[in-house]
Design a protein around this ligand. Structure first.
Ligand code: FES
Length: 77
C-alpha cells in the first residue's frame, strides 16, 4: 500500500521534521513525502533574497518540495 501513497505535510517546522522522520521509519520513500518551506518566504517574488537555501529560492523554486529535493539542499534550513 505504501508504494502507491504520497504524503503531504504542513505545519510548524518542528512538527514537519518529526513527521518526516516517522514517515521514513514507516517505509515511505523520500520522493513520496511532500512538504512546504513557505515559512522562509518574505516577499514571495524573488526580490528580497530572504528565502534562498544555497542557490534555491523557496519562493521561485518551491515552496513545495519532496523530501528527496530537500536532501539535495544545503543544511541551512
Ligand atoms: S521570498 Fe523574497 S526572494 Fe524569495
Amino acid at each position: 500500500m505504501i508504494e502507491n501513497t504520497k504524503v503531504i505535510t504542513c505545519g510548524p517546522p518542528i512538527m514537519i521534521k518529526y513527521t518526516i522522520q516517522s514517515l521514513l521509519k514507516l517505509g515511505f520513500a523520500d520522493k513520496d513525502i511532500i512538504t512546504t518551506l513557505e515559512m522562509k518566504m518574505q516577499c514571495g517574488l524573488g526580490k528580497c533574497g530572504r528565502c534562498n537555501i544555497g542557490s534555491t529560492y523557496v519562493c521561485k523554486d518551491g515552496p513545495v518540495f519532496t523530501n528527496e529535493q530537500l536532501k539535495s539542499l544545503p543544511d541551512e534550513f
